[in-house]
Design a protein around this ligand. Structure first.
Ligand SMILES: [Fe+2]
Ligand SMILES: [Fe+2]
Length: 374
């Protein structure tokens, strides 16, 4: 390894972080990268957008809160955190139960891809922008995401695999999203990321016998990064109130429903992983939705009615349809195609019915800023 390259945890920019990961890419396994390359409705994607429109965002209406948040990011409380230290326990990957090993590796690859997706988007905004407020924010956020992705890759390397981040940047397909969709989707993914990490962290704090891998010990500081990233998007939306009014409220509902249902389906695909953590995926899903909904009241004029009697049955219907879709695709042939078509239609219907559950109106507070409270 190039001795001049800093470890990704100590890097001050996304570029330094990635150089470190690139320097080790010789060991990257093709299969992990192939998994990260997948583009389905359920796998993490890479995004591109209208960077000029994003660069033109004005933060003056929230200047005071903005400066405080940026000061905090500039102080870089988590510098050096995302690397192995004496708290890192050795893992017997070969002795791990095969189903758990498979699901856990899938979890790590998918988390690494999601972290890296944020890094790539934020880094590109920083590179293309001219607005000092926007460039500085995206510099800090891409720095953090590069560390997160790098740390997961460090964990994967112990299992003899890792994701080739440089290759992904060049070769993975980019999906175009209008800036406003980027704000809704990234705000939500940052906040749900916070809620996911902190829920697991608190659960394992109370039940350490289920902590089957050391990476979970790092989740508290980790989720605080995601929380701050979410705060930045909340401020951007607060400064541009048309984003959360009128017809855009339907888009907010759409993104809430899409993000929540995707999480539900993905988590239910990993039963051995959740069993090893001592967590029921339905309990976990609902706990994460509650936290995310509570937080999103800082900026969204609605929340989803996650206690509605149809909520969980429809999520389960989507999940069943998705499992049938998987099986049909594996089967292939004409019968497989017909079955896949039918399963897709069922999933779409369940999603539409979730969208029809009336949302709960929310009075957005005057001041948007929140501190991590869970
Ligand atoms: Fe992250
Ligand atoms: Fe983040």
């Amino acid at each position: 390894m190039n001795v001049h390259t800093k470890h990704s945890a100590d890097a001050e920019t996304a570029e330094e972080s990635l150089a470190y990961q690139e320097a080790q890419a010789v060991n990257d396994s093709d299969s992990a990268t192939a998994v990260a390359m997948q583009n389905t409705l359920l796998t993490p994607r890479f995004y591109t957008t209208d960077f000029d429109e994003m660069d033109a965002l004005n933060v003056e209406p929230v200047r005071q809160d903005w400066d405080l948040l940026l000061d905090q990011m500039r102080s870089d409380p988590n510098r050096g955190h995302f690397k192995k230290n004496e708290d890192w326990d050795q893992i017997d990957w070969d002795g791990m139960e095969p189903e758990l090993r498979k699901e856990f590796i899938d979890f790590l690859i998918s988390s690494c891809t999601a972290e890296f997706s944020g890094c790539v988007l934020y880094k590109e905004m920083k590179r293309r922008g001219t607005n000092p407020d926007i460039c500085e924010l995206f510099k800090f956020m891409s720095r953090d995401e590069a560390r997160h992705a790098g740390f997961i890759n460090d964990a994967l390397r112990e299992a003899g695999i890792s994701v080739n981040l440089g290759f992904l940047t060049r070769a993975k397909k980019y999906t175009y999203f209008k800036p406003k969709f980027i704000y809704y989707a990234t705000y939500l993914s940052e906040k749900i990321g916070y809620a996911r990490y902190i829920t697991i962290y608190r659960h394992l704090e109370a039940n350490p016998e289920y902590r089957f891998h050391p990476i979970f010990k790092w989740f508290r500081e980790w989720c605080n990064d995601e929380f701050s990233h979410g705060e930045a998007f909340a401020l951007l939306m607060k400064a541009n109130p048309h984003l959360t009014r009128g017809g855009n409220v339907y888009w907010i509902k759409f993104f809430l429903t899409a993000v929540y249902s995707t999480m539900w389906i993905r988590d239910h695909q990993r039963p051995a992983f959740h069993q090893a953590l001592g967590v029921d995926p339905a309990w976990y899903g609902q706990a994460v939705f509650e936290k995310t909904s509570e937080i999103s009241r800082q900026i969204f004029p609605i929340t989803l009615d996650i206690d509605h009697p149809k909520w969980q049955p429809l999520l389960n219907a989507m999940q069943d349809a998705n499992a049938d879709l998987d099986a049909a695709r594996k089967r292939g042939g004409i019968v497989g195609r017909l079955k896949a078509g039918w399963a897709s239609a069922r999933a779409a219907t369940a999603f539409a019915r979730l969208m029809l559950i009336p949302a709960i109106p929310n009075e957005v507070p005057e001041s948007v800023r929140l501190e991590p409270a869970y």
